[in-house]
Structure formats: C-alpha cells, structure tokens
Design a protein around this ligand. Structure first.
Ligand code: PLP
Length: 382
C-alpha cells in the first residue's frame, strides 16, 4: 500500500532502518555478531547497567513483581512511585513531582494541560519533536521563536495578547548539544511577572539532556545558578543520563496537582513497572553520591571535542556530550556514518525531517575509554 511512498523515502536517502543490539547498552555493543564502539547512546553516565541499578531492579521485582496492571490513578503505582516522586522533587529543589511513562508522554500531556484555550505558547524552533506534538495537541496558539533568539522572543511576547503566556525551551538541545539562554529567559519572565500577584508568564523547560549532566546533575537551571520559581515547570527524563525509563515534571504543589488532574497521557496510560522506578531511584542516588561520574563525562567530552575540532569539523555551539558533526549533505553524512560503521564505530546519521541540517550526532559517555575516543578521532581523520 505504501510502496511508492517508501520508494520516495529511499530515493531521498531518508528511509529509516533499525539496528538492534545483541548486547547490553554501553560504550561497546554487539550488532549482527560484530563489536562496535558506541557513540550514539544517551546513557551518558553508564548507569543503564550499573550493578547498583541492576540490584535495585531485582529487589523491586522480588517485592512487587513485574507488570503494573493499571494507570497510577487506578492502583498501578507502588510505594516506589511515590518515593521516586519525592526524591525527584528534592533533587530538583521543588515542592512536588509527578512521573510520566516517557519524555514523549510528558510533553504531549503536560503542554496541553498548561496551555489552554486563550493562552499562547512561545516555543524555540529547535525544541524536541515531543514538544512540537504537545503544542499541536494544545488548544493554545503556538508561536515559534528563532533558536535561542531572546529579542525575537521578547518581540513576540510583546505583540501577542493572551490570557496566559507559556515559554517552552529545551534546557539542552537534543540534536545540537547547545544550552538554552536560560538566564535571559528567566530574567525576562521575572520582569514580566513582577507586578502581578498571579504570574501570567510561565516557563516550561524540557531538561531531558540537562538532568544528570549539568549543575551537579540537577540540570540546566542549577547550571546557571537560577532558583526555581512558582512560574517555572521543569520536565526531565529518567531515560537519558539516568539510564532508566520514564520522565517527570516538577514544580509547585498546585501546578503538579493540576497536571495530575489534566494531563491525558498521565491519566489514560498504564503506570511504569516498579522495577523501572527502582532503577531511577538508584540512579539518582548514584549521581548524588558519585560526582566523579559527571567529571569523567566532562573529561571525555573535552577530549572528543578537541579531537574533532582539530580535524576541522563543525560542531556549532555544542557545550555538552551531544556533539553534532555537520557535513553539509545527507549523502556525505550517510557516507561518513557507513564508513565509521565499517571501522567498528556506531554513530548513526541524523537526517531530515528529524533535523533540518543532516549530521552525525555523536554522544560521548563517562564509560568511553581514552582508546575509544582515540579510535573515533583516528577514523574521522581518515
Ligand atoms: C529534549 C527531549 N525531550 C523529550 C524526549 C523524549 O524522551 P523519552 O525518550 O523518554 O520519550 C527526548 C528524547 O529523545 C528529548 O531529547
């Protein structure tokens, strides 16, 4: 039925294919019986298979079994769910937190709950697709501002009349690895909310890639030394640096209660199994107790960036373990990715429509060795 459309995708070099692992996730993986150094995982700290995480998962399975059997509101959660929410709220220095089944589910549930009819959303043009979809599901009007362009955002905020205005930004942009100008956005919101008892400008930040990485793991807000405010709603995932699955939204008690009562992806979806929740709890503890993990990640990131910059590659404004290598065309990106794969390096090409400019999205982790990075740089050199 879709053969012609699929052929067209293939002709444009944008046909997507899956390569599944035969090994655990990590810096070394096995695909089709062959070992690869993996530069594509978001398991930045190597927690997905950390012994403490595996132990927590096993304990939770022994106590709670596997399946959750119902949504949170219908008894699908266990005491571990509440414990993770408490732990997350403390970690993010907020009053309250709520677990979602994924980052995608959080953004498509929370944004329509916050941004109602008569409201306006202001979204960075490079925000993650789950934010784009959340905006599409919302009854509010969406306005896109140029990437990290504060004057454009300011202009739009001034021009647009709305009951409530919600600024949405990634903390760390997932395909470019750059960080949002949160200090400027924060000060802008402070100014706009200054004379009103009820803040009418909200900031919703998706810190999927900032959580566990920036600000001692607490995320992008902490990275800039910014104090949480009632008008800030922080979303983050357990699925990236925390090596687990699921997401959270953290904020003031009333805001989180409103989300719990209105986010359809929370209300109408089966809760995550307790063992997954146990993994997230264990990961937060590991991050709190082992600052050396983030330090090692930073060292590996610097080593890699130094190497690719020396070879003349363009990594634009990346400041994090997400390092985009832009080659100018889909063909060149595919060629490079295939060459790396032949050399035993897994670094897939990211192409339109996921991104406008095709790239290899390298992700460095704390578990990469100096040798892994040397092999990568050596392959790029050739
Ligand atoms: C910025 C951002 N938000 C949300 C998500 C979705 O998170 P999840 O993979 O947990 O659904 C991702 C994952 O790719 C992301 O990069």
């Amino acid at each position: 039925m879709f053969r012609e459309s699929l052929t067209s995708l293939k002709e444009k070099n944008i046909f997507r294919e899956i390569k599944d692992r035969e090994s655990p996730q990590g810096s070394r993986i096995i695909i089709n019986g062959k070992r690869y150094i993996n530069f594509s995982s978001n398991d930045y700290l190597g927690l997905a298979n950390h012994p403490a995480v595996i132990k927590a998962v096993k304990n939770a399975i022994s106590k709670f079994g596997f399946g959750s059997g119902a949504s949170r509101l219908l008894g699908g959660g266990s005491t571990l769910h509440k414990e993770l929410e408490k732990k997350t709220a403390i970690f993010k220095r907020r009053e309250s937190a709520l677990i979602f089944n994924s980052g995608y589910a959080a953004n498509t549930g929370v944004i329509p709950a916050l941004a109602e009819e008569g409201d306006a959303v202001f979204s960075d043009e490079l925000n993650h697709s789950s934010i784009v979809d959340g905006c599409r599901l919302s009854k509010a009007k969406t306005f896109i501002y140029r990437h990290k362009d504060i004057s454009h955002l300011k202009g739009l905020l001034k021009k647009v009349k709305a009951r409530k205005k919600i600024i949405i930004t990634d903390g760390v942009f997932s395909m470019d690895g750059d960080i949002a100008p949160l200090k400027d956005i924060y000060n802008l919101c402070l100014k706009l909310n200054a004379n009103s008892l009820k803040p009418s400008v909200l900031l919703y930040m998706d810190d999927a890639h900032g959580t566990g990485i920036l600000g001692d793991g607490r995320g992008s807000l902490e990275h800039f030394g910014l104090k949480p405010k009632s008008w800030i709603i922080q979303m983050g995932t357990f699925s990236k640096a925390l090596g687990s699955l699921g997401a959270f939204v953290a904020g003031d008690k009333d805001t989180i209660s409103w989300i719990l009562n209105n986010a359809r992806s929370f209300i109408f979806s089966t809760a995550l199994p307790s063992c997954v929740i146990a993994a997230s709890i264990a990961s937060i503890k590991l991050i709190e107790d082992n600052p050396s993990l983030i330090k090692k990640l930073r060292i590996n990131r610097e080593r890699t960036v130094k190497g690719v910059l020396k070879l003349g590659y363009d990594i634009t404004d990346s400041e994090t373990p997400i390092i985009p290598i832009k080659t100018g065309s889909i063909e060149k990106t595919l060629q490079l990715s295939r060459y790396l794969f032949k050399k035993g390096i897994y670094a897939p090409a990211i192409r339109p429509p996921t991104v406008k400019e095709p790239r290899i999205r390298l992700t460095v982790t704390a578990t990469h060795t100096d040798e892994d990075i040397e092999i990568l740089i050596g392959a790029f050199n050739k």
